[in-house]
Design a protein around this ligand. Structure first.
Ligand code: V47
Length: 352
């Protein structure tokens, strides 16, 4: 019986995990929250960070993407290193501890443009954590410049990249992946790149894009592939379910997933991913209100203040300017949780 397994916190099979969706929301929430509370009590983690998206010119075509300039967004741009450094400089006034740098796959900039900026940031601000280059970008750089994944990873480490973000995972099912983002990094390659990164003793995150044309089966399959890799490497810090935003792209999805479906997916992730410690409700895609509610359904992390966000706001999310620190702390407190500022690898820095 599934309830017995939940009571005993036993590991679930594919079929059992899928059957969790048939439970009512509160039963599911009760078990997810029990696990969350055992590990984190009422603490909710966040960091003071800055997202930078240095170019939107992309040789790949993802149906869900509204950010790429080759799609419906007509404003191509590429930032110079000086502009990126100036952005970091400005953000430091707001006491950021992390820069999260993710770009499109721009074939015109050259490899140095992608990599040298990390070294420049690190030389100038050695205390800053650089989270940069998704597995999709690493695959792009590897094919574009005829280098192995290992070589790109070595260059990232030499340039000062501290950790890898979880982007580009989308949905691992190969058939579906072909339909929504055929041509870019495959599921196998995405997982392999993270494994290579973990084998260097480094940490990363993992995302899942849901609420578009995937099924519940696809989501469970996605989570189980991550659970398998995590058993091997233990390198994933956080799992981040990204709620699909439907504006300005080419994936014709009329309906938005319900709040219930989103919360169930968070709760199931907390239960199924028994080896990934942190479950991040990325408020940018779930909305802040649902992210705060997700704290009761297994989520223990709300990402951060962000300051500026281009990828999801291009697709309709209300996140273009991030959220001021005071407000961020206050909404977490008002929702009955204790905001805890963390660093990028989940050391606790400050309790509010
Ligand atoms: O990989 C693109 C997604 C991701 C849409 O590692 C969309 O801490 C929703 O990966 N609707 C980039 N999502 C963001 C990302 C991320 C965010 C926060 C924290 C971390 C982390 C990683 O955004 C892309 C893609 O999966 N995305 N378009 C869309 N229409």
């Amino acid at each position: 019986m599934i309830i017995e397994k939940l009571e005993n916190q036993e590991r679930l099979s594919f079929k059992e995990a899928l059957s969790l969706y048939d439970l009512d929301l509160f039963t599911l929430g009760k078990y997810a929250n029990k696990i969350r509370t055992q590990i984190f009590e009422r603490k909710t983690y966040f960091n003071i960070n800055r997202h930078i998206n240095p170019t939107n010119i992309c040789k790949d075509v993802c149906q869900f993407c509204a950010y790429s300039s080759s799609r419906k967004n007509p404003n191509p741009y590429t930032m110079s290193h000086e502009e990126i450094l100036q952005t970091v400089d400005d953000s430091l006034k707001k006491e950021i501890k992390e820069v999260h740098i993710v770009s499109a796959h721009n074939p015109d900039t050259g490899l140095k443009w992608y990599l040298d900026v990390f070294k420049k940031i690190k030389d100038k601000y050695p205390q800053l954590h650089v989270k940069a280059l998704t597995a999709a970008e690493i695959h792009f750089l590897s094919t574009e410049y005829n280098l192995s994944y290992e070589e790109i990873i070595q260059k990232m480490i030499e340039s000062g990249v501290d950790s890898m973000p979880g982007g580009g995972a989308e949905i691992f099912d190969e058939e579906l992946r072909k339909r929504i983002c055929g041509g870019k990094v495959s599921s196998q390659q995405w997982l392999h790149i993270h494994k290579l990164w973990h084998n260097k003793g480094k940490q990363s995150n993992a995302t899942m894009l849901f609420g578009h044309i995937e099924t519940r089966e696809h989501r469970i399959d996605h989570m189980l592939r991550l659970r398998d890799l995590q058993d091997e490497t233990h390198g994933f810090n956080a799992f981040i379910p990204l709620v699909y935003q439907k504006e300005n792209n080419f994936l014709n999805v009329k309906e938005y997933p319900t709040g219930q479906e989103i919360l169930k997916t968070f709760a199931i992730a907390r239960i199924v991913l028994d080896n990934i410690p942190n479950l991040k409700a990325y408020w940018v895609t779930s909305s802040i209100k649902l992210a705060l509610l997700a704290q009761e359904f297994g989520a223990n992390d709300l990402d951060g203040t962000i300051q500026k966000e281009s990828i999801n706001s291009a697709a309709g999310a209300n996140s273009a300017n991030g959220m001021p620190l005071e407000q961020f702390v206050q909404v977490i407190q008002n929702s009955g949780f204790t905001p805890v500022e963390r660093d990028s690898v989940y050391n606790e820095l400050k309790f509010y």
